[in-house]
Design a protein around this ligand. Structure first.
Ligand SMILES: *[C@@H]1O[C@H](CO)[C@@H](O)[C@H](O)[C@H]1NC(C)=O
Ligand SMILES: *[C@@H]1O[C@H](CO)[C@@H](O)[C@H](O)[C@H]1NC(C)=O
Ligand SMILES: *[C@@H]1O[C@H](CO)[C@@H](O)[C@H](O)[C@H]1NC(C)=O
Ligand SMILES: [Zn+2]
Length: 643
């Protein structure tokens, strides 16, 4: 029997909503019973003893205290949970370019004294159906008792007694690529953890941080994000493309709402593929995939190894939740699945072709600012393994995030504002490369003290290819024509706009706090909300379930003089009714008459539970009328809700 899994967007949304309520309950119970374990590593009061992260004529970024008092209150350690205490029943091995699937029959007794029978399903993408990225074809479940050879990329194994399923897991199979003449080009690996600021990396992953610091990784101190959330910050790195929510702008070639157009985007994996690299792409949370959440996803698999099917199947296994996410999918930590895929990839291509890969993780970082601590030990093990296996000797590794934590209590603090804009980023350059490209390496080290952005990273990775191959020529980044490889000297005069960073996200800017209780502040706030409401309405049908916001209160107003007497930016944060937190920049110009213009907007509370009625990007502004109604009925008097 053939079983076709089609995940309709609506079903998925309603599922997500139910899952979110479920997870919230699980989380609250967990939270009550686990207690706040305030185990803080006080040894890092600052990154360094220096006063500035960047101190150049074009940009000054003051050093931020990693343990500032306002942040300290919000910290607790999240201990890892164990996914299983039993051995795996099935495992794969590589023998002479073949992948074999075997059973560990001696482990059966750990599961049941009854007879256990196992079978596996082959899993493949269905590129001819709608939404191929969500559309999988499962074969029938093929029984096996002996070792069998596997020829597909993903299989799902299930073992049962006569009464119940005792073991389920998903396995990725790496068919090794054919050897190429330029196999000694360096691997280029982008390993990302979503939503972790430079400071939060030190706070939550101190052991990993210590390891990187002690072993010669290069830390970019002035790396400033270019947009709000994951997609635009990732696409700037891997395609040099600009995507602006505020301007409604995206590079036409990279239209993320149209599967066929996303194929024409200048992704680095295509560039590297042309140079004989084997490519890989994986994200551990398929429901909020960078190219899939409110986006169209891919038609053909974008890379040689594409782990989306693997993670969709993993996501369907029984889960253990931590920090509102599936920390365990089946018997494995979801984050560890990714780390194992990275080493699996490196092993498959070793001595055959160079590799390029983007590996993106969300499961232990996206929902709770303290949760990365639950994976600190695993990352230490992972990086040590890379060293032990010799992979570091020929791999350039970017270990980084896209932005800091974007919502919740931490984001309402002044430190949280800065942290949101400064994601962590550490770069590994192999010794061999440092010697053969000494000048370039020296520039990289100098640039750690400069203002840098995502687009520089795009240029840097192309430069890696240019340094290996005389035939390759770098293309400027669409989103920032003046951005440049970090292996070249970055001018000290550089400003945010020259680095492709909008004023709203620029940490070089010095704002002055002004009185929020003046008629002028009120006017700015009213303007902001009126514009926000009309922005929501401009999404039409997709936003028809969304409530209009009215002003409940002003949290702060900050001023930045852009051109004295002519132009000012106001950074303004408001609380609305229905209750949400928003921040935006309102630009005021005084050229002929006073003109106000709403720039970038951020939603600062967790919007997923209240925005499920909307479709697409408008979700981040939406508060569903239906939620309001439900809450009003049970918990509200005419104005305030007690939930
Ligand atoms: C802080 O540093 C001291 C001395 O270097 C060390 O003994 C201690 O274990 C460190 N504390 C933590 C929490 O890492
Ligand atoms: C099989 O299971 C046994 C007992 O649980 C364990 O000791 C052994 O390491 C496992 N073998 C493999 C190949 O995983
Ligand atoms: C890629 O491989 C092909 C054949 O295997 C070879 O002709 C070509 O020169 C290689 N490209 C590079 C950039 O080395
Ligand atoms: Zn993100």
């Amino acid at each position: 029997m053939e079983e076709i899994a089609m995940i309709g967007a609506r079903r998925m949304l309603s599922f997500c909503f139910r899952a979110i309520i479920f997870c919230n309950v699980v989380y609250i119970v967990y939270y009550l019973f686990s207690g706040r374990k305030t185990v803080i590593n006080e040894n890092y009061s600052r990154y360094t003893d220096e006063r500035y992260l960047v101190n150049t004529p074009g940009c000054i970024i003051e050093n931020i205290e990693v343990y500032s008092p306002e942040i300290k209150k919000l910290l607790y350690k999240v201990d890892p949970i164990s996914c299983t205490d039993k051995p795996h029943l099935a495992y794969t091995t590589e023998v002479g370019g073949k992948t074999l699937l075997s059973l560990n029959t001696t482990a059966f007794s750990a599961y049941s004294y009854l007879t256990i029978e196992c079978c596996y399903k082959k899993v493949e993408r269905n590129p001819t159906g709608p939404k191929p990225d969500d559309n999988l074809i499962f074969s029938e479940c093929i029984p096996f008792t002996e070792t069998v050879e596997i020829n597909v990329e993903v299989i799902k194994v299930k073992c049962s007694t006569a009464f119940l399923t005792v073991y389920e897991n998903v396995y990725a199979i790496f068919k090794p690529p054919r050897e190429v003449p330029n196999k000694n080009y360096p691997n280029v690996l982008l390993i990302g953890i979503d939503g972790v600021s430079a400071s939060n990396f030190i706070r939550t992953m101190p052991k990993t941080h210590d390891l990187l610091k002690a072993s010669g990784w290069v830390n970019l101190k002035g790396y400033n994000k270019v947009e709000d959330n994951t997609f635009p910050n990732v696409i700037a790195v891997i395609a040099g493309a600009k995507f602006s929510y505020h301007e409604g702008y995206f590079s036409d070639k990279c239209n993320p709402y149209d599967s066929n157009k996303l194929e024409s985007c200048n992704f680095l994996w295509k560039t590297f593929k042309k140079a004989n690299y084997t490519t890989a792409l994986g994200e551990d949370t398929p429901k909020i995939g960078t190219f899939n959440s409110n986006k169209a996803g891919f038609v053909a698999a974008p890379t040689d190894y594409y782990f989306r099917p693997y993670f969709i199947v993993a996501d369907q296994l029984p889960a253990k939740y931590l920090c509102l996410k599936s920390y365990c999918t089946g018997p494995e930590k979801t984050g560890n699945r990714m780390l194992n895929l990275i080493t699996g990839f490196l092993s498959a291509i070793d001595n055959r072709t160079p590799g390029f890969g983007l590996f993106w993780m969300n499961t232990f970082s996206h929902e709770d600012v303290n949760c990365p601590s639950s994976m600190d030990d695993e990352f230490v093990i992972f990086f040590k393994k890379l060293v032990r296996k010799g992979y570091m000797e020929n791999s350039i590794i970017i270990f980084f995030s896209d932005h800091g934590f974007r919502f919740g209590k931490i984001r309402l603090t002044p430190t949280g504002w800065v942290e949101e804009r400064l994601p962590f980023i550490y770069i590994w350059i192999p010794e061999k490369f440092r010697k053969s490209h000494a000048e370039e390496y020296k520039n990289l080290v100098k640039n750690t003290e400069k203002l840098t952005s995502n687009y520089d990273l795009y240029m840097t990775l192309q430069h890696v290819l240019a340094l290996s191959s005389a035939n390759f020529h770098e293309q400027p980044a669409d989103g920032c024509s003046g951005c440049r490889s970090l292996f070249r000297s970055i001018p000290s005069e550089r400003t945010c706009s020259e680095a492709g960073i909008p004023e709203h996200y620029c940490t070089c800017s010095k704002y002055e706090t002004i009185d929020k209780n003046t008629p002028n502040s009120r006017k700015l706030a009213e303007f902001f909300l009126e514009q926000l409401n009309s922005k929501i309405r401009s999404y039409g049908h997709a936003a028809e379930g969304c409530a209009s916001f009215s002003l409940e209160g002003i949290a702060h107003v900050k001023r930045l003089v852009v051109r004295p007497g002519l132009e000012e930016n106001y950074l303004i944060r408001v609380v609305t009714n229905p209750e949400a937190n928003f921040e935006a920049t309102v630009k005021v110009t005084y050229d002929v008459k006073e003109t106000m213009l709403l720039k970038e907007i951020n939603r600062l509370d967790r919007y997923a539970p209240t925005s499920y009625c909307a479709n697409g990007d408008v979700r981040m502004y939406c508060y569903c009328k239906s939620v309001l109604k439900k809450i009003t009925n049970i918990f509200c008097n005419n104005k305030y809700c007690f939930i």
